[in-house]
Design a protein around this ligand. Structure first.
Ligand code: AKG
Ligand code: FE2
Length: 282
């Protein structure tokens, strides 16, 4: 097994393993590399859905995504990305083609227990484009000016699925109502102890105890500062790649730029934290 860093602050690649046959001793350095570098790429895997789910559970409980229309019909914990991209009239469905490409985000900020991790397995990769872009949230926190660090210390943000826009085309009508929930904007990572900027421009609604005028200013300032270009990693997919990212300390977005007539298909799982919060949310 070889573990190789991909960028200076984020991204690490593992080669020479078969995740179907990993004992605890060989899994431990993989998990640690993921904690250290936020985004972990495992190359050249040949998996069935049960293999993928079994391996994903090593990171935490696998939970179904709220978008029911994109769940795998026989495996609700699997979300299909890039499937049913065209409607009955042959028109491109933007909500499928551009899923995750609307902007930088972190997954599950609309949950009281946000997803600890998201993991994708690549089944089909287009001939060009279709990268996934990642950026490090620790670096975003570190780079904040002191006055913003001070202002945001202890501040709680309000988040919901549709954020300030409200609705999402990926949710069924009966699932559109989303009660806002709360997260600290400066999060201490439960496993690394490092502070990270926790923000999501598409899901933030406001801040507790902060009026709209200042709230809008803070949202604008954080949008501008959440991505530190020196702390980005851009993943160029190969078929058989598994990529997992840590939603507690990183941002990502799909480039959304591949030829729409080509296939770009992933299985996707959401992984929760262990613990009381996670169990209550299931
Ligand atoms: O398709 C991708 O590259 C990433 C999509 C995304 O944001 C997600 O799966 O959470
Ligand atoms: Fe995402």
């Amino acid at each position: 097994m070889e573990i190789r860093r991909m960028g200076p602050q984020i991204g690490v690649e593992v080669t020479g393993v078969d995740v179907k046959a990993l004992d605890e001793r060989s899994f431990a350095p993989i998990y640690q590399a993921w904690l250290d570098y936020n985004v972990l790429v495992v190359r050249d895997q040949d998996l069935t859905i049960p293999d993928f789910v079994r391996y994903s559970r090593r990171f935490g409980p696998v939970v179904p995504h709220p978008s029911k229309s994109t769940r795998h019909p026989d495996h609700p914990e699997i979300t299909m990305l890039g499937v049913n991209k065209f409607d009955a009239d042959g028109k491109l469905r933007e909500e499928i083609y551009r899923r995750g490409a609307e902007g930088w985000h972190t997954d599950g900020a609309y949950n009281q227990a946000p997803f600890k991790a998201t993991q994708l397995y690549a089944l089909a990769v287009p001939s060009r484009g279709g990268n996934t872009l990642f950026a490090n949230g620790y670096a975003a926190y570190d780079a904040l000016p002191e006055r913003l660090k001070d202002r945001l210390e202890g501040v709680i943000g309000t988040f919901s699925y549709g954020g300030r826009r409200g609705k999402s085309r990926l949710l069924n009508p009966e699932d559109q109502d989303w009660t806002p929930i709360y997260h600290p904007i400066i999060r201490t990572h439960p496993e690394t102890g490092r502070k990270s900027l926790y923000f999501d421009p598409g899901k933030i609604v406001g801040f507790v105890g902060i009026d709209d005028r200042e709230g809008n200013e803070l949202i604008a300032a954080l949008k501008e500062r959440m991505i530190v270009p020196e702390a980005e990693y851009h993943h160029v997919w190969r078929r058989g790649d598994i990529v997992i990212w840590d939603n507690r300390c990183s941002y990502h977005k799909a480039a959304g730029d591949y030829p729409p007539e080509e296939d770009r298909i992933h299985w996707r799982v959401s992984i929760n934290d262990y613990g009381v919060e996670a169990m209550a949310a299931q």
